[in-house]
Design a binder for this molecule. Structure first.
Ligand SMILES: Nc1nc2c(ncn2[C@@H]2O[C@H](COP(=O)(O)OP(=O)(O)OP(=O)(O)O)[C@@H](O)[C@H]2O)c(=O)[nH]1
Ligand SMILES: [Mg+2]
Ligand SMILES: [Zn+2]
Length: 353
């Protein structure tokens, strides 16, 4: 089976490489591996849809996989299908009161952090997403949609660029040809990209533009506050003619970081360095003597709003991580997901090359 496209016949690729199969995964196969690899393309409550050479099975939700995972499919006992080690994993603290980690997507090369040139635009929220993505060892790109509806999109671009030099900023009309042209450099053969962001910002519109289909339903936003209607309800992986996998996700109401200290430090390297220069190692940066953070604040050498955003994010990350650790150690029935993650997630910059 190949990914044929009348528009780009030169891009015909066998299915597995087009789906993002790489040496990193092939190296994990036994010499005479009896179970074929499939990539998880859809996450439903009742099961996970996978796609492989001549296969598109549904496996039980008990298999600890998320969209983008590679799984060795056991046709006789689907529940025993094995999840291959991940190159990267994007996760957050689950919304609501549940103290759980939600796996968002695995084996992603680039995340397009999507927001619009309207009321959705929010620097603190963008920083959250950037920290999350950097923590996963994935390359973030900020995508600003609805440029066509905005008098001066460059104002938004300039603001987004103040976040960090590490992240490119792209501004576009999510409909028609703009996305194919402006996102092309991240959507090469064998790459996997994902759209993350609030509801209504145009993630599905972008997915449709890249896949050149109407596969994803899209829907207008509320006029008064530019909020979306949560049109997309599950994560889905699609192939685009260039042989790149694109993951569309439901809009997130809330993004809470957990176990993402590396990402927060990577986004705010200057402030993180300051926080390690305090007199006491466990300085809470409140009223302790010799606190380098409060000293910098008093001297006016740091941007106070940015400092406040960093303190809030770092504190939240710490609290959520501590809560999760408690849950892991006290809840013996916490399910296979957490146990699996514990075994498989490397510390520090998490991307495996
Ligand atoms: N004019 C214009 N409209 C856009 C643009 N991007 C998205 N839209 C419109 O905005 C609305 C919401 O877009 P969707 O693609 O459904 O948004 P989403 O991010 O997928 O939303 P959820 O699925 O709810 O998370 C639709 O009516 C789109 O046509 C853009 O760049 N320009
Ligand atoms: Mg959508
Ligand atoms: Zn301090």
């Amino acid at each position: 089976m190949t990914v044929a496209s009348p528009e780009t016949p030169e891009a015909d690729l066998p299915l597995l490489p087009a789906l993002g199969w790489q040496v990193f995964f092939a190296d994990q196969l036994a010499p005479e591996e009896p179970h074929p690899p499939i990539r998880i393309t859809e996450v439903h409550r009742n099961g996970l849809r996978g796609r492989g050479e001549g296969l598109s099975p549904i496996i039980p939700p008990t298999v600890p996989a998320t969209v983008g995972d590679w799984v060795l499919y056991d046709a006789e006992t689907p529940a025993a299908s094995r999840v291959l080690e991940r190159k990267s994993l994007i996760k957050r603290r689950a919304a609501g009161h549940e103290r759980q980690t939600q796996l968002i997507a695995a084996n992603i090369d680039t995340v397009f952090i999507t927001t619009s040139c309207n009321q959705d635009f929010n620097i603190a929220r963008l920083e959250r997403y950037v920290a999350l993505v950097l923590d996963a060892g994935v390359a973030p790109v900020i995508v600003l949609t609805k440029a066509d509806l905005c008098d001066d999109p460059e104002v938004y671009v300039a603001q987004a660029q103040t976040i960090t030099d590490l992240v490119p900023v792209v501004v576009l009309d999510a409909r028609f040809q703009d996305p194919k042209i402006k996102l092309a450099q991240w959507c090469g053969q064998g790459q996997t990209v994902a759209f993350l962001g609030s509801s209504g910002v145009g993630k599905s519109t972008l997915t449709n533009a890249l896949t050149e289909t109407e596969a994803m339903l899209t829907q207008g936003i509320r006029e008064d506050d530019a909020k979306g209607r949560h049109t997309t309800t599950r994560r889905e992986l699609h192939l685009i003619p260039q042989g790149c996998a694109v993951i569309d996700t439901p809009g997130m109401r809330e993004l809470q970081l957990t176990d993402a200290a590396y990402g927060v430090a990577a986004l705010f390297p200057d402030l993180h360095a300051l926080s390690t220069a305090c007199k006491f190692r466990d300085c809470k940066h409140l009223t302790e003597p010799g606190c380098a953070v409060r000293a910098a604040e008093a001297s006016g050498t740091v941007d106070l709003e940015r400092l406040a955003r960093w303190e809030k994010l770092a504190a939240e990350e710490k609290t959520n991580t501590a809560v999760l650790e408690t849950r892991k150690s006290t809840d013996k029935t916490s399910g296979s997901n957490l146990k699996y993650m514990k075994r498989n997630i490397p510390k520090g910059p998490k991307r495996r090359r």
